[in-house]
Design a binder for this molecule. Structure first.
Ligand code: HAM
Length: 431
């Protein structure tokens, strides 16, 4: 019978990768808590109409990439991103009546039916945050700067911050008309996708990777030509704040982003190309001042970002040691196994990680496994140790053996570990 495989583009994370995931999650949580963000957890499933209204019908995400299904006459989708759900929760819980300014962060799976490749999956993890209630531009700069210091902490090389402004709703509409007017005479030169987008979502043509589109786009006037004075002032202030913070950035007039809800500030952060390839973005974000009102909530401004966690892990050069059991308990025979159960429990209750290998294989192979796993100590429990109550504790890092009574075992190992290295417990770390 053939084995059942996982769904295409949806990956397992096995325990030996988990140390890096946990380190990433705790670094993110720490950064967010230091900047006064609280964690929000919203469902993986929302009404399809939420995403259609928030993200926009003519976006790739809504048009082609959602996992949608019906239950009890209700159409639902697996969330393709976290902002729409966070805003839905904000409105539903009347947060604007509880606090003037809300800072939320989240960590969770998102789902998009994209063509899977390295760094692009159908289920992927995002670490994201939203600030609701602050029109910026200071909080725009603060958010970008916090992200840069987070990526630095992860030791991601070649970080580059791209920023742009798309203006307010009216500017966006005006610019849309400008783009259509500039590209319509060149329609024959455009790719099939862009021909279609000229009527559905013309701004997306600006960041097309197709060379023919890129050539045609050269004739499109920059957004600065149609920017309202308030939008221009917002963008100038953002740049000044970033300069004051010493956060390097490049203005990228072709940056438009793939979701329709953005207004004014847009940003993306990329890492070194060798890690993820050109065009692969680590973090994307921007301002979405109209979304809350569009979703039936109050008219409050908002900004947010999301980072792809798999991509952060591919790009990060930070070394994270894998933690393993500190003590390997190796019983030989039935009496030893029973004693091993009792001693492992005592060690674990004292906060010492203990692995019990009760398969009863040869001492040589048990010790080889203890060494390979990087345990600091191994305790072999043969009949004589069980009868005498005197245990032989092997310090695998210091190459020493100690005779310790059963009653003293926990205190002895606790003291050895507390007195610091003879080193470990890391996988493969023991000599
Ligand atoms: P986004 O640009 O669609 O923005 O996604 C943000 C990040 O999620 C990307 O830069 C990338 O690292 C990661 N990502 C997206 N799709 C995939 C995929 N198929 N596989 C792996 N990683 C992926 C948003 O989602 C917005 N909600 C961000 C935001 C929050 N804007 C305002 N607030």
């Amino acid at each position: 019978m053939s084995a059942i495989r996982g769904v295409k583009g949806m990956n397992d994370v096995l325990p030996d990768e988990m140390a890096r995931w946990h380190a990433l999650e705790s670094a993110f949580r720490r950064k967010m808590h230091l900047a006064s963000f609280g964690e929000v957890r919203t469902p993986l499933v929302e009404s399809t109409s939420l995403f259609v209204r928030a993200i926009g019908e003519a976006t790739d995400v809504v048009e082609k990439e959602m996992f949608t299904f019906s239950r009890h006459d209700e159409q639902m989708s697996l969330r393709p991103e976290g902002t729409a759900g966070a805003v839905r929760a904000y409105v539903e819980h009347g947060m604007q009546n509880k606090e003037p300014l809300t800072r939320w962060y989240y960590i969770g799976q998102m789902f998009r039916a994209e063509r899977p490749q390295r760094g692009r999956y159908r289920q992927f993890w995002q670490a994201g945050a939203e600030i609701i209630g602050d029109p910026g531009p200071a909080c725009d700069a603060e958010m970008i700067d916090t992200l840069v210091s987070f990526l630095d902490e992860l030791q991601i090389p070649g970080i580059k911050v791209h920023i742009n402004t798309i203006g307010g709703k009216e500017t966006r509409q005006r610019y849309r008309d400008t783009v259509v007017a500039a590209l319509t005479p060149k329609i024959d030169a455009l790719s099939e996708d862009s021909k279609r987008r000229l009527t559905t979502n013309p701004l997306r043509i600006l960041d097309s990777k197709n060379p023919a589109d890129q050539e045609a786009v050269l004739s499109v006037p920059p957004i600065t030509d149609v920017l309202a004075p308030e939008d221009a002032a917002h963008f100038d202030a953002l740049k000044k704040h970033l300069e004051a913070l010493g956060t390097p950035f490049v203005v990228d007039p072709k940056l438009v982003r793939g979701l329709d809800y953005y207004t004014r500030t847009l940003f993306e952060i990329k890492g070194a190309e060798e890690k993820l390839g050109a065009g692969s973005t680590l973090v994307g974000g921007g301002r979405y001042d109209g979304m809350l009102k569009d979703l039936g909530g109050p008219d409050v401004p908002a900004i947010g970002f999301a980072a792809g966690m798999e991509r952060l892990l591919i790009a990060s050069e930070r070394d994270v040691p894998e933690t393993r059991a500190q003590v390997f308990v190796l019983p030989l025979g039935e009496a030893g196994t029973r004693k091993g159960l009792v001693l492992s429990r005592a060690l674990r209750n004292a906060g010492i990680a203990a692995d019990l290998d009760g398969r009863g294989t040869s001492l040589k192979s048990l010790l080889r496994r203890a060494n390979g796993q990087g345990a600091r100590f191994a305790i072999v429990l043969g009949d004589s140790e069980v009868q005498s109550g005197n245990l032989q504790v092997k310090d695998l890092a210091a190459h020493e053996q100690h005779e310790v009574t059963e009653a003293d075992l926990v205190a002895f190992i606790g003291a050895k570990l507390a007195s610091g290295p003879a080193v470990l417990a890391e996988k493969g770390g023991a000599p």
